[in-house]
Design a protein. Structure first.
Length: 272
């Protein structure tokens, strides 16, 4: 039987209760990794669609365990460094190590005002910074290298958005994630820790597939003279498509890949 490519590895995944985060957890578990999962499992007032719940996180746990992998799942807030570090420490205490980080948690308060700006910067940018900072001490101390993947967006590489403060903040935050990636790729290279970012187009998750975001996309398409469609004949990607890219980046097949932006966008950016 062929050994799975992540056997013996431990992956820390934020926003793991549903959507892309769940897909990352399931994919990496299927490749042999044990999972440390964290999710807020609560609502943020500026976010107009229902956010993940504790039941969603429990469903992720079951899917991972059904694959024969181990998982520690904790409710935690990536905006709060202490909360996030505590969630990570719980998993590291059980599994004894940390090899992979997938900073996936994010929100899309696209039609919100000033509160949306603050919240999306706090979650999508500061929360990503907090995630990497929480992981660095363990990964460096181990001395075995590792891989960190930051989930950005096509909005991290193009000036996409509407005049709403939440929408502008989303694009600003996702651009900021690229800056984080590039700095950390240089800072951590001496420790053989690789850092890259992934840039999906629309992905069929509860964060995107809801009435509020559909209305926002319609508004943006009406106000944008550029063709907003993908080059390939698909409207949206599936979470599993992004998880496949993550699995490659964190594997030894990408052992010399660091400091790059990886669009998984059906050719969306190539048209702009």
């Amino acid at each position: 039987m062929m050994q799975r490519q992540l056997t013996g590895k431990v992956a820390f995944i934020t926003g793991a209760a549903r959507g892309q985060g769940r897909a990352h957890a399931v994919k990496l578990a299927s490749e042999g990794a044990d999972i440390i999962a964290v999710d807020l499992c609560d609502q943020i007032a500026s976010v107009p669609y229902p956010m993940a719940t504790a039941d969603d996180l429990a469903a992720t746990v079951k899917l991972v365990e059904d694959l024969g992998a181990r998982i520690v799942a904790t409710q935690g807030d990536i905006r709060d460094q202490a909360s996030l570090s505590a969630a990570l420490d719980t998993g590291v205490s059980r599994f004894g190590r940390l090899d992979i980080v997938v900073a996936n948690a994010g929100i899309a308060p696209m039609q919100a005002g000033a509160d949306g700006w603050r919240d999306v910067i706090d979650v999508n940018l500061t929360g990503t910074h907090n995630t990497v900072e929480a992981a660095i001490p363990t990964m460096v101390e181990q001395g075995d290298g590792g891989s960190i993947v930051l989930i950005s967006s096509v909005a991290g590489l193009a000036g996409i958005g509407t005049p709403n403060a939440g929408s502008i903040g989303y694009t600003a935050a996702k651009h900021g994630v690229v800056g984080l990636m590039r700095v950390y790729a240089n800072l951590l290279a001496q420790h053989s820790i690789r850092v890259n970012s992934i840039h999906p187009n629309g992905v069929d998750t509860p964060m995107i597939n809801n009435e509020f975001i559909r209305n926002w996309l319609t508004e943006m398409a009406a106000d944008t003279p550029v063709d907003m469609g993908n080059a390939l004949p698909v409207d949206v990607a599936q979470p599993e498509d992004i998880a496949e890219a993550v699995a490659w980046l964190v594997s030894d097949a990408a052992r010399y890949v660091t400091g790059i932006t990886v669009p998984v966008d059906a050719g969306y950016l190539n048209k702009r």
